[in-house]
Design a binder for this molecule. Structure first.
Ligand code: MLT
Length: 269
């Protein structure tokens, strides 16, 4: 059984960055969370993976326990945080697994430090940037989050994050995770995602082993997006998870973890 200890903090560029660092093994893996959640969404994966791997899980600025929120949580800023954290922990090589916003960030980590990345897992995510309409929608969401708070954020996001007719226990879990953030952090994440670059051209530069995972019922980043991702990275494997929506690690935890574990097990340290 995993022992839960208070998450440590690293002070980096004006932010107290909370993170989890558990397990030991020949290789490290960093788990990058989805919006508008925090590193706690990876609890099931941390418990399983930390038996054989070192697992590092940050909360992004303004989400979870990392404070304060910046004006915009750009992928460039969050990737600098991840790299500062890994340097602090003396992790020189790591697999990087990100779900949705975490996938946007994983591709930015690859751009900033390809030599550090020993494998990439891109889960329920996409390579493309926002359309002008999508970016405007994020700004409207950011304003509503600031005005109406996290209860509104959870109500607005849960139908998009989970499959139709979701498990009520998972709905409660996601609501709890959303409540772990701050409205300012939610707004900053939306504004940061709106500014993210198009990563389509980056895919062709990826030379490390790559796994793409998607929930078959993911409505936000549907299987067609996963197919595009997998086709864009030479040699990438694609795993589809039946019975899961966008947050496939929460809706299909056992097959998600098995897919990630098998991928990590095949990587050189
Ligand atoms: C996420 O799950 O991280 C977000 O929904 C991604 C997004 O809004 O593009």
């Amino acid at each position: 059984m995993l022992t839960i200890t208070p998450m440590p903090t690293l002070h980096v560029s004006g932010c107290d960055l909370h993170f989890n660092d558990v397990g030991r093994g020949p290789g490290a893996v960093v788990l990058l969370h989805a919006f508008p959640l925090h590193g706690g969404m990876w609890a099931a994966q941390v418990e399983a993976l930390s038996r054989h791997h070192r697992v590092v899980v940050p909360d992004y600025r303004g989400l979870g326990q990392s404070t304060p929120a910046p004006a915009a949580s750009t992928m460039a800023l969050l990737a600098e945080d991840v790299l500062a954290l890994l340097a602090h922990l003396r992790v020189e090589r790591a697999a990087v697994a990100g779900l949705s916003m975490g996938g946007y960030l994983a591709l930015e980590v690859w751009r900033q430090a390809p030599g550090l990345v020993r494998g990439l897992a891109l889960c329920d995510t996409r390579a493309g940037a926002d359309t002008a309409e999508g970016a405007a929608g994020r700004e409207a969401f950011a304003r509503s989050a600031l005005e109406q708070g996290l209860g509104w954020v959870a109500d607005a996001m849960i139908p998009k994050l989970l499959k139709p007719d979701p498990d009520p226990a998972v709905v409660r879990q996601v609501r709890h995770l959303v409540n772990g953030g701050t409205p300012a952090g939610v707004a900053a994440a939306q504004r940061g995602m709106a500014l993210r670059p198009d990563s389509t051209a980056t895919l062709a530069t990826v030379t490390c082993p790559t796994l793409v995972v998607v929930g078959q019922e993911d409505a936000l980043t549907p299987p067609a997006e996963a197919e595009k991702l997998a086709a864009g990275v030479k040699g990438a494997a694609l795993v589809r998870l039946p019975g899961a929506g966008h947050l496939s690690n929460l809706e299909a935890p056992a097959p998600f973890t098995a897919a990630l574990e098998s991928f990590l097990g095949g990587l050189p340290a």
